[in-house]
Design a protein around this ligand. Structure first.
Ligand SMILES: Cc1cc2nc3c(=O)[nH]c(=O)nc-3n(C[C@H](O)[C@H](O)[C@H](O)COP(=O)(O)OP(=O)(O)OC[C@H]3O[C@@H](n4cnc5c(N)ncnc54)[C@H](O)[C@@H]3O)c2cc1C
Ligand code: FES
Length: 270
């Protein structure tokens, strides 16, 4: 897979909730090769503070216009939020493996579960999934109504959307895992879950889907330095499926992920 380092003019950088922004720029190089679940390694400033790039998922693709959706949590994302249209963005990508979303006919009930900013890569996935299947369900979880992300954007795509909020201000009162529990009953082997969000949410999903034996992929977040598998900074433990080999297995989230089969992750270690 070819990786590009491009400097592109920002088209828009718009605040979409109290602390989240959507940014777009045009890049034919990235658009031609990007797969849902892949990410970009973004230089947030022209100076060297912060020195390291920040990993942000590809959120949307419209023609050659690439979109990212990010939450301001620290120095890097704060600098990103200050960028205005016309400024240039230094981006490396597309990076990582992406979701395996080419569903066989026997697996035609994709359910996408996004907690908080975890919804970011799932929009691009829905853009692709609705082209191949008519039963896409999106479950969006947020703490409160004003932090629900992308609801109107998802409604414009050909998918079913459901919402949960921790405080009950919109949708069902509870977590997005409570919503998933409702969707997975009655048990149906056609389901395939795609999830992104906080580790605590992913751990609960792991417990749920292993009980129902539902095939699932999760997108993981680790702090990253190089973003290309060279520094080992994002290593996670992987289950050793081969009983003959006693050695512990490891993978890099940036190179082998960020998307993993839920069954291969050693959840106790995260
Ligand atoms: C593959 C991948 C895709 C991502 N996609 C998105 C996205 O689409 N939108 C988005 O808003 N964020 C995304 N993130 C998280 C984003 O990279 C971090 O929020 C960002 O790097 C924080 O940088 P900062 O300089 O603003 O904060 P820092 O000052 O570096 O950190 C602020 C706080 O955020 C925590 N943090 C920093 N980096 C990460 C990280 N990688 N994962 C989890 N916590 C972190 C730190 O521990 C600290 O508590 C993604 C992360 C990965 C690994
Ligand atoms: S960030 Fe360097 S190996 Fe993953």
């Amino acid at each position: 897979m070819k990786i590009f380092n491009v400097k592109k003019e920002i088209i828009e950088n718009k605040k979409v909730s109290s602390n989240c922004y959507r940014m777009t720029f045009e890049s034919k190089e990235i658009a031609c090769r990007a797969k849902p679940g892949q990410f970009l390694h973004i230089r947030c400033t022209e100076s060297y503070d912060p020195l390291l790039r920040r990993p942000i998922s590809i959120h949307s693709l419209n023609g050659n216009v690439v979109g990212i959706l990010y939450r301001v949590v620290g120095k890097g994302t704060n600098l990103l939020s200050e960028k205005i249209s016309g400024e240039f963005l230094d981006v490396i990508g597309p990076l990582g493996n992406g979701f395996d979303y080419q569903l066989p006919v026997s697996l035609q009930l994709p359910i996408l579960v996004g907690g908080g900013i975890g919804i970011a890569p799932l929009y691009f996935l829905v853009q692709r999934l609705v082209k191949q299947c008519s039963n896409v369900t999106v479950l969006i979880g947020a703490d409160t109504k004003c932090n629900i992300l992308c609801l109107n954007e998802f409604k414009k795509l050909d998918c079913k959307v459901k919402v949960s909020t921790d405080d009950g201000s919109s949708g069902i009162s509870g977590t997005v895992v409570d919503l998933l529990k409702k969707e997975l009953v009655p048990l149906n082997s056609k389901f395939k879950v795609f999830a992104c969000g906080p580790v605590a949410m992913l751990k609960q999903i792991n417990q749920l889907v292993s009980k129902y034996n539902v095939s699932s992929q999760v997108s993981l977040e680790r702090q990253m330095a190089c973003g290309v598998g060279a520094c080992m900074g994002c290593t996670i433990k992987i289950k050793n499926q081969n009983a003959k080999i006693k050695m512990q297995k490891y993978k890099q989230v940036c190179k082998d992920g960020p998307v993993f089969d839920i069954k291969e992750v050693v959840w106790e270690d995260l």
